[in-house]
Design a protein around this ligand. Structure first.
Ligand SMILES: NC(=O)c1ccc[n+]([C@@H]2O[C@H](COP(=O)([O-])OP(=O)(O)OC[C@H]3O[C@@H](n4cnc5c(N)ncnc54)[C@H](OP(=O)(O)O)[C@@H]3O)[C@@H](O)[C@H]2O)c1
Length: 329
């Protein structure tokens, strides 16, 4: 067990330093096809959570620059308004809107979903980008561990509650969840809210990001007939406000070697633009290509069998109907 954990860390470190940094992006980008990004998105509605900062901002800007109508979902009004103005000014696209919602609160997500759904607009692209790595054990007003609340419960509730609007955009609808290469260091854990003593934010974050990957597989199975594509991706290591705040030592040690937010967002935008026939629903992507979900000999693959139980528990935590048929009234 100890040896396997140590191996995962070593394998992740080597893989990360060679592939996730800026030089990895530059190397992988030699195979990118310029025409993949030359797709226009007029008439498409895109919802980007955490669109005011880092990878979410770069994603929202990338979609806006191609003519999409973009809704950025942010918790902070001032930061959201500043991002909105910047995206409009940088892209010339005025169809950018701000929605205020604290994604650590299931109550707020439900209220947002109800408000947004009343307009009955199809959603072509939902980007579950908002996320955080909180190093201390913080509990939300609803009693949830904070990393779990935003990264897992928030992503789960938002996706499930947006299903009716995604269905309206089918067969062109897709959900892209921004996971992390950090998930390679851990199997799927049933301990959703880190009940063990000695809280470790990095481990909890990695577990959260592993759940996003397994949930995406599950969504692709249960909602396959609805013609909605579900994808996870990881951005590599990008210099963003979130990384500077949560991983200051890592950020300083790798200064100049990290990707830009735009490079981190590149695969999110790519996934939003590609014809769905080219993509594999349920898959994990990195630098415009399908990536493995498990490192060799890491012993994490079998754990994905827990996802059914985890999805059921998430429905209970988020007070969502146990049936896959969720409708927002
Ligand atoms: N940067 C990397 O190297 C890297 C690597 C792997 C994965 N990721 C993932 O990429 C995504 C974006 O991260 P980032 O690096 O761009 O960090 P960031 O600059 O901190 O952006 C995170 C975004 O999430 C929002 N957010 C956090 N908690 C929220 C809440 N309770 N309600 C609503 N919005 C909330 C933040 O809002 P505020 O501005 O108000 O805080 C911000 O807009 C995350 O899911 C992260 O896990 C990043």
């Amino acid at each position: 067990m100890f040896l396997q954990r140590a191996w995962r860390q070593v394998a992740f470190g080597v893989y990360g330093f060679t592939q996730f940094t800026k030089s990895g992006f530059q190397e992988h980008s030699k195979k990118f096809k310029a025409e993949d990004m030359g797709v226009q998105m007029e008439g498409k509605n895109c919802l980007v959570t955490g669109g005011n900062s880092g990878i979410g901002f770069a994603t929202a800007e990338g979609l806006a620059s191609r003519g999409a109508t973009v809704y950025i979902v942010c918790r902070n009004k001032e930061k959201g308004e500043a991002a909105l103005s910047k995206i409009q000014a940088n892209t010339g696209n005025k169809n950018i809107h701000l929605e205020i919602c604290d994604l650590s609160s299931i109550r707020e997500i439900k209220s947002f979903a109800s408000r947004f759904s009343s307009e009955n607009k199809p959603i072509h692209v939902l980007v579950n980008n908002a996320g955080l790595l909180e190093n201390n054990r913080v509990t939300t007003a609803e009693g949830l561990e904070l990393n779990f609340a935003v990264n897992v419960a928030g992503t789960f509730a938002m996706t499930e509650l947006m299903m009716p609007l995604l269905e309206k955009a089918a067969p062109d609808a897709r959900v892209i969840t921004v996971s992390s290469g950090g998930m390679y260091i851990t199997p799927l854990s049933k301990d959703l809210q880190y009940s063990e003593p000695n809280f470790d934010g990095v481990t909890q974050y990695a577990r959260n990001k592993r759940i996003q990957v397994a949930l995406t597989e599950k969504w692709s199975q249960i909602y396959g007939e609805k013609e909605i594509g579900f994808y996870t991706m990881h951005p590599g290591w990008a210099q963003t406000p979130g990384v500077a705040k949560s991983l200051p030592t890592f950020s300083e040690k790798l200064a100049g070697k990290l990707r830009t937010s735009e490079e981190g967002a590149d695969t999110v935008v790519w996934l939003a633009l590609q014809p769905k026939e080219k993509l594999v629903s349920g898959a994990f992507y990195f630098d415009r290509a399908e990536a493995p979900k498990h490192l060799a000999l890491a012993g994490t693959a079998n754990s994905h069998s827990f996802i059914d139980a985890i999805a059921d528990e998430l429905r209970v935590i988020c007070s969502l109907p146990l049936s896959a048929e969720v409708s927002v009234k």
